[in-house]
Design a protein around this ligand. Sequence first.
Ligand code: GLG
Length: 820
Amino acid sequence: MNEPLAESEAPQARNSALGEDALWHILYSLGRDNAHPDKHKCYWGLVLAVRDRMLEKWASVQRQYYENDDKRLYYLSLEFLPGKFLRENLLSLGLESEAHTFLRKYSFSLDQIMDVECEPGLGNGGLGRLASCYMDSMATLGLPAFGYGIRYSYGLFRQEIRNGRQVEMPDNWLHEGNHWLIPRPHGLYPIRFYGTVHEWQDDDGTLRHDWRGGDIVMAMANDMYVPGYRNGHVNCIRLWEARPHKEFVLSSFNAGDYIGSVQEKIKDENISMVLYPSDDAPEGKTLRLKQQYFFVAATMRDLVRRFKKLNKPWDQLPEKNVVQLNETHPSIAIPELMRILLDEELICWEDSWFICQKLFAYTNHTILPEALETWPVELMERLLPRHMQIIYEINRRFLEDVRLHFRDEPDLPSRVSLISDGPEKVVRMSHLAIVGSFSINGVSALHTQILRDRVFHDFIRIFPDRFNNKTNGITPRRWLRQCNVSLSWLLSEHLGCDWVTDLDQLERIRELADDEEFRHDWEQCRLTNKKRLADHIEKRNGITVNPHSIFDVQAKRFHEYKRQLLNVLHIISLYNHLRKNPEVMMQPRTFIFGGKAAPSYWMAKDIIYLINCVARRINSDPHTRNVLKVIFLANYNISLSQLLVPATDVSEQISTAGYEASGTGNMKFALNGALTIGTRDGANIEIGERVGQDNIYLFGLCEQEVLDMRNRGYDPWELYKNDGELREVLDMINSDEFTPGNPTAFSGIFNSLLSGGDRFMVLADYRAYAETHQRIAHEFGDRELWIRKSILNTAGMGFFSSDRAVREYMDDIWGVKPDV
Ligand code: GLG
């Protein structure tokens, strides 16, 4: 497809054409013959040519930061999910048509070339993707921002489906190397673990601490560049990689223990070897805490190094820097900075603490109790002995203050303590992050309200001014401009190109919803995208789907609270209905699922298995297969999401109210014109407010009703007894209907919904969900009505741009200013 948007006139430092540079690189950087480059060579050559242009801009932007004495933002995240780079970077730098010209010469399309690129899976889902959307917006707004994380050798596992079950395969994303990432082998930082703390008194009698001994691992930077959208600005995400301190332990080498000495080296590199495959169920493993401290310590070193170059007094550290903690994962940064200030810079406690509390800001992303991070005191004491001492002291001073100000609440100190008593003492990382930060934010209005009312209720009274909301956002560059070329084209034809960086402009298509020709064009765009997805499904799953059917998509991590189960129960009941009433005319539907389950989350994996078993049965039934199809797309990732999002008619956002902090998938689908069927949860509520209640299908219990129902005593068996249709479905999964010969395959699921008490209220919302789907099928049949609603969804989604979200962070929290 041709480039639909005008290329920007962004100044290019280099005169040579992109293609010529690509050819040059094929020969001189890759050492390959460039006479007739194949698609791999074309890809790598292009990458290097694009990278050159980014680096030039990056270097001048860095200089500018120093010259302008800018305040800097450090965005610390254990996860980033950037998706593939080439198309994004071409787009941002305004180089797409040059790339097309080059590729056409060798008969390749950009799509073909993109197949060569490996997607970095350095995150689990929403949290990591949010970090990447925000990095994109920061660069586009021209902020002096630095992302920091880990360069995992293995990203999130690749998911295969074998006999209906999820199988995890290693994701060796670096096996061919990756030129988007520039390693910096010079100037590594030593990072200490274990060891002991020595106390000593300096000349004026002050007690000093010195952390010594233990193991040293080196942190090496790998830089990944993030260009702003056509503004000449380039930022960087620095990913730390663990390297051995010494190549070989010489003593064991001399003693003949060659393998033993190499093993030491392997142990050190383990720290950045693999991403933990769950962001909401901490495993409490030493390696995970090591990962957290490793990347945080290296990052704080960078921050302090750059600050020292400025020759400013320490109290200006928070005037010149701000650190945003993405979840509690990097919150060990607080005691780490305290350690640097106290022990290395010899600054007194009060001043050090003052600096810390003005530097850090913390974003909470979840209220699931099992997801709130804690670390055993015993482990912390061994691995990071000095940090544990500092945490004790932070806590002692904090609780003293609490006792003073809340004299008549003797229980309060133990509730807010950074360290919980119990059979095993643990450090509560969220409490540490709250006490050590000047800002704490939730990620949707409802989520922030829940933090205030329940999860952090005690802290609201102690620090009333620290809490605020920042509803999440997504970048329109990747999630509309890039993934939905045909719609982008249509939008630009009517609005001009500015919507790409000013998403509120989409409001202006509201009036076009009444224009028949525009609606026709809109529908054609959607159909093009649906056909493309249908082709993909045919290729990947060998199943033919009807592009005119309702594409109903639930694509996200598998978790009980996200309730893929509710979806599949309803699909089974539709199937039953069809079989019993073969004469009824039903709107053809294609239900599409995508998503991974944490490898140790058995219930989530059983749900994947159930979906695949139901799919097998339904797709092979000649009586129903023309109207009902169920597709599971394996290995859901950013690339697959970019294919799904623009082709979706109905977006499933059906978490139990109160459990999904925000969701960002919900925003991507709605922005691309899908209609949402959703609960009053997370950002769904705000999406409803923006697109209009007539253009969204909200159903089911709201958060308060969920709480009330639970308090009153919720009995799922009642629903089982009273709802015949639902009972039939449940009995089917509790038999060998979908797993011939094995009637107990899904008894775990059945029991969790009934005897187990249905923790996530699936059955309680079932009826409302089924009725809402009936309405949807009916309204989908009215093409004018549906397309109008689709347009109004896109029109109302401007608010959910990550540019808006980042601007709010910038104005209310960070105090950094654009430098463009
Ligand atoms: C979390 C939450 C999502 C949220 C995302 C980004 O579960 O609801 O949208 O962070 O804030 N772990 C996550 O994906």
